[in-house]
Design a binder for this molecule. Structure first.
Ligand SMILES: Cc1cc2nc3c(=O)[nH]c(=O)nc-3n(C[C@H](O)[C@H](O)[C@H](O)COP(=O)(O)OP(=O)(O)OC[C@H]3O[C@@H](n4cnc5c(N)ncnc54)[C@H](O)[C@@H]3O)c2cc1C
Length: 569
């Protein structure tokens, strides 16, 4: 149907068939073989592009979330002065949560050992080169000004110049006006919440004046009640909450469908309202909260590697292609005595952290923890959490599409957000040809799709994507492939279980990092923290896990185990 010259298919966990950047080969027992080259950390400093916007000043006293994140980093690091015997912490999972945990465990004066199943680090931010040398990413990833722990992490690693900040606007492709974008533009110099109020009031393409008032009024309790109010809305879907609060349905059609699909890859009738309110709360309260940034290149080199360099230099280790088979436990008290890898190797340490995604962790929970009365409620509640499917589509075109240097909400049935990476990202820059990276969602019935797209062929997915694009941009992309831009290559990455599905009522089942097992802690974006399933959530969860570990080694009481939902008590 289309002029598709090449199809490249990938599913997570299959990176091994490709040339992999930043992969490690090592064997446990011998001191780690990884040599930090620093090339990508220090030497490849590229000056900001003319099109980039200045880094927002987030480190101001009024930015409470940023100050809280900064204080947490300092308090973890202050632990190191009192450590006389560094302890060895085994961290299973080399995604952002595991690497963040390792970074902060090393700051706290202990020795992290990361074991990652894949050939490449990063988990959901992993990427690899295909045979042409093009980067294939697990997902299009956007950073927000409202990511305080991530922004502190960039500052602590000295890599803030790797974020390419974009104009302060939320940009939507206009389904009713093909070929056009409309924006909520946040004016420079106006503080929160006035900048968002201005952005909404000054856009007349999406909501009528009456709808704007009907939207603003129900959000007042969120502004007054803060996180407590937001958490209390978790049992309601977006539709249920809107109906209860008299919000016009057009707001859902114009805004919330796009936001829900961007935040959790789910349609709004399946999504918990807490997700939308959490994002809106940060965007309304933080002057730079809704500013977006792209990493200046692939995530394993440009973000994961500096994290590894940091803890490697303090004696930490990372080992790829080391998959956990089972946690070995003491049958008397349930404590972990070691980890057994699929290779048969057994690794031991002084403390153990799971930084696997929830679906992977559930497969490894020891029987003893699922049956002992003290631990069963904590681990059984995880059955209520399940990853949502999502697909990342890469399309290389033979020419430039209409230029836009930033994230676009597609407002189409099958697509979530997308970006022209040839414009947005230095490493992928191309002045002659566009490369779109698009998030394809919803992908199955849980997420609101009648078709299971994870089971569909790559050709079907690419064709469906192009159909949506030809509807949004009929002058540039046509279905006959004769006029307009032609696809010269495509790549599909399916993630059947990505972030936990934030359907109503999930928050109460998200576990604390502290567990009922004395020497075992959890990290991962699904664990309880106030930033949802996101890169920020993953980094914060790893940091909180490191805090628990440091407290335990120091003989301090860690944060308590979170109260378990009553049906599991
Ligand atoms: C398509 C897509 C787009 C996204 N876009 C954004 C975005 O724009 N902004 C944003 O903030 N977030 C985004 N996210 C979400 C973000 O990527 C995740 O929230 C975050 O990366 C999760 O990190 P994690 O460390 O908690 O989990 P993971 O990344 O899943 O890491 C878990 C790690 O554990 C490893 N593992 C599993 N089993 C074993 C085992 N048995 N032994 C050893 N290791 C094991 C896995 O291989 C993996 O590396 C997106 C995700 C996807 C898929």
């Amino acid at each position: 149907m289309f002029n598709l010259l090449k199809f490249h298919s990938h599913s997570r966990g299959m990176a091994s068939s490709h040339a992999v950047s930043f992969a490690f080969s090592s064997s446990l027992g011998s001191r780690f073989k990884y040599k930090p080259t620093r090339v990508s950390s220090k030497l490849r400093v590229v000056p900001p592009r003319a099109g980039d916007y200045p880094k927002p000043d987030l480190d101001v006293p009024s930015n409470k979330n940023f100050q809280e994140a900064k204080a947490l980093s300092s308090s973890i690091a202050s632990n190191a002065t009192s450590v006389t015997t560094p302890q060895r912490v085994i961290i299973v999972g080399g995604g952002l949560a595991g690497l963040s945990c390792a970074k902060y465990v090393s700051d706290a004066g202990h020795v992290p050992v990361v074991l990652e199943r894949g050939k490449v680090l990063g988990g959901k931010v992993s990427a690899w080169r295909d045979k042409d040398g093009d980067w294939i990413e697990t997902g299009l990833h956007i950073f927000f000004g409202a990511y305080p722990n991530m922004m502190n992490l960039f500052a602590e690693l000295g890599i803030e110049n790797r974020l390419q900040w974009k104009e302060h606007a939320m940009t939507f492709a206009m389904a009713d006006y093909p070929g056009e974008f409309t924006k909520f533009t946040f004016p420079k110099g106006l503080p929160a919440p006035f900048n968002m109020a201005y952005a909404i009031l000054s856009n007349d393409k999406m909501l009528s004046p009456v709808e704007k008032i009907q939207t603003g009024v129900p959000l007042v309790p969120m502004l007054l009640g803060g996180q407590e109010y937001i958490d209390a809305q978790d049992e309601l879907s977006v539709q249920q909450w809107m109906k209860k609060n008299g919000m016009p349905d057009n707001v859902r059609k114009e805004l919330f469908i796009a936001m829900g699909k961007a935040l959790d890859f789910i349609d709004s009738d399946k999504l918990s309202m807490t997700v939308i309110l959490t994002a809106m709360n940060r965007f309304i309260n933080e002057t730079h909260g809704s500013k977006t940034a792209f990493l200046d290149g692939n995530q394993p080199d440009r973000l994961c590697k500096p994290m590894v360099d940091h803890f490697y230099n303090k004696g930490g280790e990372v080992h790829t292609e080391k998959a956990l088979k089972k946690w070995l436990v003491d049958e008397t008290n349930g404590n972990v005595t070691g980890v057994e890898l699929t290779s048969g190797e057994i690794i031991t340490g002084d403390h153990y952290v799971s930084a696997m995604a929830v679906d992977a962790f559930k497969l490894t929970i020891p029987d003893k923890w699922m049956t002992d009365t003290d631990t069963k409620p904590f681990f059984t509640q995880l059955n209520e959490l399940k990853g949502i499917p999502v697909i990342n589509v890469h399309l290389w075109f033979d020419k430039k599409l209409k230029k836009y240097d930033g994230l676009v909400f597609s407002r189409s049935k099958l697509l979530s957000v997308y970006a022209d990476m040839s414009e947005c990202c230095k490493e992928y820059a191309d002045s002659e040809k566009s490369m779109l990276e698009l998030v394809f969602a919803p992908c199955d019935a849980t997420a609101g799709s009648s078709k299971n797209w994870i089971a569909a062929s790559d050709e079907e997915i690419v064709n469906a994507t192009l159909e949506e694009l030809s509807r949004l941009f009929p002058n540039e992309i046509t279905l006959d492939g004769k006029t307009g831009a032609k696809v010269i290559k495509s790549a599909i990455v399916k993630t059947p279980r990505s972030v936990y599905a934030a359907v109503p009522g999930r928050n109460k089942y998200r576990p604390s990092q502290t567990t009922p097992i004395q020497n075992f802690t959890l990290a991962g974006d699904y664990t309880s923290q106030k930033f949802l399933g996101s890169m920020e959530g993953a980094v914060l969860s790893g940091k909180l896990a490191a805090e628990v570990v440091a407290d335990k080694f120091a003989g301090r009481a860690p944060k308590p185990v979170k109260e378990i939902a009553k049906e599991f008590r």
